[in-house]
Design a protein. Sequence first.
Length: 287
Amino acid sequence: MIGRDEGVGFETRNSAAAEEWKSLLAGYSDVVLVANSDEVDIEELKARFPETTLFIFFNKVFKVLREPFTRQAILLSRSGTLGANLVKSGKVDKVLPYFDMRTFHGVVNMKAGPNEQLSPASDFGDVHVRHLDLTEVFTPFYPRASVPTTGFALCFWLTTLDLGVRITLAGFSSKRSERYKVFDVHDWTFEQVFLRLMFRKGKIDIIGREASNAYADLSAYFPEYTPADIALTANEIIGERLSNLSSIVDRLMDVTRFLRFLDRTWKSIKPKSRKQRRWDAMEKKGG
């Protein structure tokens, strides 16, 4: 188990974690990271990948699983400022029954932001728990105003381990659906650009995405248009489309003004959650 011993430096811990994951994934041909997305079809995934595949799920798996998952699997539980989100939300007992304990390899409690805190293994009950701290992996290059998503963080880190397995992303669209939202603490655009680059360099596979880039192909078919010409024109068109979208959003904001007033009123009288009360107490102490 990779813990958070105070006397062990990050590089040592990270090296130990890398070796543990290499050992864990030895013998697998594929590792599939399954996002909590409407785009995920579990039955299609099971049919697509061989028995030598390890499936990695994230947090509230009841968003994509309807019955216990019988294939080889791991659950990633992301931490927040108060510890593992599954623990703090009381969802551990709700998600674990979605795995067959004969093929379940336990929980990985992961952090990737400087203010996130890992939870003790005992908080997850009677399952094997690993801890993974990737905070300093992303300090040099990830946008500082945001923190990496759990799936992106794990995906990138796995590509650095030279595992010799095929890494595939399922449901990593960053799209808001009718049921599930995306959180603005992450830089979704940055992550999608990076994932697409890794995909086109052959480091990972992404289900439902094309490896070719139609804009890049334009220069090959029409050499009179340089890559710079194409990039500048594409940026011009995107800017115009965003400007048009902003006009529509402005009209929607005007139309929904009364609804937003009701929403603010409801939030002001709604009892505070345990997490919010904890935040308020921390702010008073720091005050």
